[in-house]
Design a protein around this ligand. Structure first.
Ligand code: FAQ
Length: 327
């Protein structure tokens, strides 16, 4: 999507009060910031961190569902799941490319993922235990991802915002296919209903955690909101997700595993029970059920792909040499 040639934003700019005010005025005027524009170092760093983590999440996110491609119950389900998992790989590529325009290489980002210095979404450290999990992941995990990513289509950094438009279109298909699997199971035999309820019980709370820590503990939200990287806070998006999802569960005849869940007419939304933030941080810091497996699998894929990267580099060098000779 973007060529390496675009990388130019690393040129150091003296961050005088005038420069920072001019930059903020561009943001406030809803101008898009492009890779070669001058930008505060903090803005560039924040985007590299967030886009990099987002890219890693897409790539690691292929693993829990990839686990079920060979066991999908029908050819139709297998084709849809295969396409979905491939889409997630594509999302990772657009995002790595968008981050590269900020002066970081894909190799550097990958090293950070594999060494554990870069995070990826907590949600992908849970196992997919049954076919119903695949429906629930599409419905809840892609549903939460869309809720978070639609506002990112208006992010102040042009390449990220533009990548998000296509990503969100594809995520909508993912969410629908998940919901349709869940609907089929919820209308099936007692055993199928029990299987899908069990999956909902296990994925509900981790899905709410995807939106990040509560606003009062969110280190980056204030500045990211000022820079219009984020348009809504973590809690605001979590609330929107709960409000959109509860009626869907009711329609399906499924029970959200939260006894405190209650409609609050005054605020026009649902109140939900407390989230176990200790469990969240444990998973983020590497203590989830699948953290070790996920990083091991990504490392294996990266190592086994070394020859492809080498071949691509050799091919590019050969073409460049041929072009030079012809000039
Ligand atoms: N997991 O100050 P905040 C998907 C970290 S894509 C792990 O609130 P921020 C598609 C955060 O990085 C899912 N870490 O941070 C799909 C920060 O750590 P740091 C991914 C988390 O950035 C579906 C620290 O906590 N989506 O699912 C999490 O302002 C199905 C403090 O937090 C994106 O990445 C977490 N859940 O807000 C694929 C969207 N939450 O860097 C396959 C873009 C927070 O200081 C299958 N990202 N942390 O060390 C964002 O919108 C934001 O980065 C947030 C966090 C909202 C995730």
């Amino acid at each position: 999507m973007y060529s390496q040639g675009l990388i130019g934003a690393t040129t150091a700019t003296e961050e005088t009060p005038e420069f920072l005010a001019r930059f903020q005025a561009r943001i406030d005027a809803e101008e898009k910031i492009e890779p070669n524009d001058s930008m505060p170092e903090g803005y560039r760093r924040t985007l590299i961190r967030q886009i990099g983590q987002h890219a890693h999440s897409e790539i690691v996110g292929m693993l829990p569902e990839g686990n079920w491609i060979t066991r999908a119950p029908t050819l139709k389900r297998k084709a849809a799941l295969l396409a979905k998992v491939q889409d997630e790989g594509g999302h990772g590529l657009y995002l790595y490319a968008a981050a590269e325009t900020l002066g970081v290489s894909r190799e550097e980002m990958t090293e950070e993922l594999l060494s554990g210095t870069a995070k990826y979404s907590s949600i992908f450290n849970y196992p997919t235990l049954s076919w119903a999990d695949i429906g629930i992941v599409g419905w809840l995990v892609d549903g939460a991802a869309i809720m978070n990513q639609i506002p990112l289509c208006r992010c102040s950094f042009g390449p990220y915002a533009r990548a998000m438009i296509r990503v969100c279109k594809e995520e909508s298909f993912h969410q629908r296919q998940g919901y349709e699997i869940v609907m089929t199971l919820a209308r099936g035999t007692d055993a199928q209903k029990a299987m899908v309820q069990d999956a909902l019980n296990r994925w509900w709370w981790p899905s709410l955690m995807m939106f990040g820590p509560p606003d009062a503990e969110s280190a980056h939200s204030d500045q990211s909101m000022k820079w219009k990287i984020k348009r809504f806070t973590n809690d605001a998006l979590r609330q929107k997700f709960v409000d959109a999802t509860v009626p869907q569960a009711t329609f399906l005849g499924l029970t959200i595993p939260d006894k405190s869940l209650e409609w609050n007419a005054e605020k026009g939304g649902y109140d939900h029970g407390p989230i176990d933030w200790d469990a969240f941080w444990r998973v983020v810091k590497g203590g989830g059920q699948m953290n070790v497996d996920r990083v091991r699998d990504r490392k294996k894929a990266w190592d086994e792909g070394a020859w492809v990267r080498e071949a691509a580099r050799a091919h590019a060098a050969k073409r460049a040499a041929r072009k030079l000779a012809a000039e």
